[in-house]
Design a protein around this ligand. Structure first.
Ligand code: HEM
Length: 485
């Protein structure tokens, strides 16, 4: 962290902050036996830079110096446009809630995603975004999630068939790819009432994997050198993959409309009308929104589930507790919608994995005008980063910040969650529309697969996280999957 731009008035605050940090560090000394899942060890800025360069990754997690996990709002390194890492919960609220209109989604990120999602709700801004949000939110209401539950359960059965076959043959299973297939299947079934086995759906899935690999998002080189608000060309393969996905989605929407299907998200979107104007989405806007749901809905959930199962492979006691809870709640029967809210420990495991590995590692915003954020003078065009990765591991905010401790989310320890410091689904008006949907599907998948299999990484020592479109393992995690009786 570069503190050179800190104004003199902040010096006294700095001394207080150091004292608070020392106190917080004492609090952070927790029981030695808690498991520390993979994350870069905190090092100084030079070693962090060297580490990022040597790893060959365009990755911000590896680049973060240890001080990032102790500082509050401050400039981050040296760059052409100015980058600020906002980690004080009061400043986060200011950026994401209080003055959110002054800090819209970052131009680098919008430029990277636009080829895929057009002007859809994830990247839109102002009145256009408000209209879109009014129209899509009803599709994620409680009743709609209840309706989608049966389709989620069918997709999990498909995942179980894959895992049963791997278990019987003794083949290793690629964890991330498996989670990605199950969550993509859920997205297709709930949006289009169609499974991933269909040819078009399969082609979308493949093209999406290509888009994700090649798209230049908020990455190191661009962060350091790009000018604010400059249009940056995207790599050809990413543009080609995005174009292919959009054409396939347009076909799927046309087929869906022609068949007059109902009872799924596509039908909800086709029927949606703006309560203020009475107009619906155009065909292009429908592709934009469904592109958003695919982008925002499947990789994110796959990412957190990958980390859940990786951690559980190292934590047999947590697995035993989950199994006992699942049996107590379901009486050995199938996992039903009504059980989900009663699986308290399973939910705590999910929430703790979201804390340690928030799928969206950085929320990138841009300063529309020059202003101040906390102690920092922020120029127009500066990149503003709110990082749940950093905040969720902040030494001044959390006890045993980098340890796996699902019970911190138990009702008994409710007071331990620091206010405004847990935001895996974002905060303020741009909070995730699909949070309840994602929570229900994740708890269902966790419950069903944990009860049925032992899943363990073959080489847990080699696993390390990187920030791409989502927080994911640098390399695929090969697992041994054994079906229980
Ligand atoms: C564990 C899974 C998920 C996580 C952690 C997650 C996280 C997030 C976050 C952090 C944002 C806000 C980003 C920002 O402020 O810059 C967001 C936005 C969004 N998410 Fe999710 N998401 C998940 C699953 C889903 C699912 C399943 C859907 C829908 C099928 C979905 C749909 C959306 C949409 C439409 C937005 C844009 C909201 C707006 O800008 O108004 N997400 N998500």
């Amino acid at each position: 962290m570069d503190s050179s731009a800190t104004p003199p008035a902040a010096a006294a605050r700095g001394a207080t902050a150091r004292a608070a940090r020392a106190a917080a560090l004492r609090v952070a000394e927790g029981p030695a036996q808690l498991y520390r899942p993979p994350a870069p060890w905190p090092v100084g800025p030079q070693r962090a830079l060297l580490r990022a360069l040597l790893s060959g990754e365009r990755d911000l997690i590896t680049l973060l110096p240890g001080a990032a996990y102790r500082s509050l709002t401050a400039p981050l390194g040296v760059s052409r446009r100015g980058i600020f890492l906002v980690s004080d919960p009061a400043d986060i609220r200011d950026v994401l809630v209080g003055r959110s209109a002054l800090f819209p989604k970052n131009d680098l990120m919008v430029g990277a995603l636009e080829p895929l999602v057009g002007h859809g709700v994830f990247v839109a801004d102002g009145a256009d975004w408000e209209r879109q949000r009014r129209m899509i939110d009803p599709a994620f209401g409680h009743m709609h999630i209840h309706r989608a539950f049966g389709k989620m359960a069918e997709a999990v059965s498909g995942g179980e068939a894959m895992l049963d076959a791997a278990s019987a043959a003794g083949h290793p299973v690629p964890l991330e790819q498996t989670m990605s297939r199950i969550t993509a299947d859920i997205v297709f079934r709930t949006i289009f009432s169609q499974d991933l086995a269909g040819e078009t759906a399969h082609r979308v899935f493949d093209a999406f994997a290509r888009f994700q690999k090649t798209v230049a998002n908020v990455e190191l080189r661009r962060l350091l050198w790009s000018r604010p608000f400059a249009r940056i060309p995207q790599p050809r393969p990413a543009l080609a993959a995005a174009g292919e996905i959009r054409a396939l989605l347009a076909d799927m929407i046309a087929t869906h409309r022609a068949a007059g299907r109902s009872g799924d998200i596509a039908a909800d979107l086709i029927a949606a009308r703006d309560p203020e104007t009475g107009t619906g989405f155009t065909d292009t806007e429908l592709v934009d929104q469904i592109g958003v749901f695919f982008l925002a809905g499947h990789e994110t959930t796959a990412s957190v589930l990958t980390w859940c199962f990786f951690i559980l492979g190292e934590q047999p006691e947590a697995v035993a507790r989950m199994r006992a809870e699942i049996e107590a709640v379901t009486y050995g029967g199938p996992v039903e919608f009504a059980h989900v809210k009663r699986l308290g420990f399973v939910r705590s495991v999910f929430r703790e994995a979201l804390r340690l590995y928030p799928p969206i590692t950085f929320y990138a915003r841009v300063a529309r005008e020059a202003s101040r954020i906390g102690p920092c003078a922020v120029p127009r065009g500066a990149m503003i980063l709110v990082s749940p990765w950093v905040i969720h591991r902040h030494e001044r905010l959390w006890r045993d910040a980098d340890r796996f401790d699902p019970d911190r989310f138990s009702a008994e320890r409710e007071g331990e969650i620091p206010a405004g410091a847990y935001l895996p689904f974002g905060m303020g008006p741009r909070i995730c529309s699909g949070a309840a949907f994602a929570t229900v599907e994740s708890i269902l998948i966790l419950a069903r697969l944990t009860r049925r299999y032992d899943i363990r990484a073959l080489e847990p020592g080699t696993v390390r996280p990187v920030a791409r479109l989502t927080t994911r393992p640098a390399c695929e995690i090969a697992c041994r999957v054994a079906r229980l009786a």
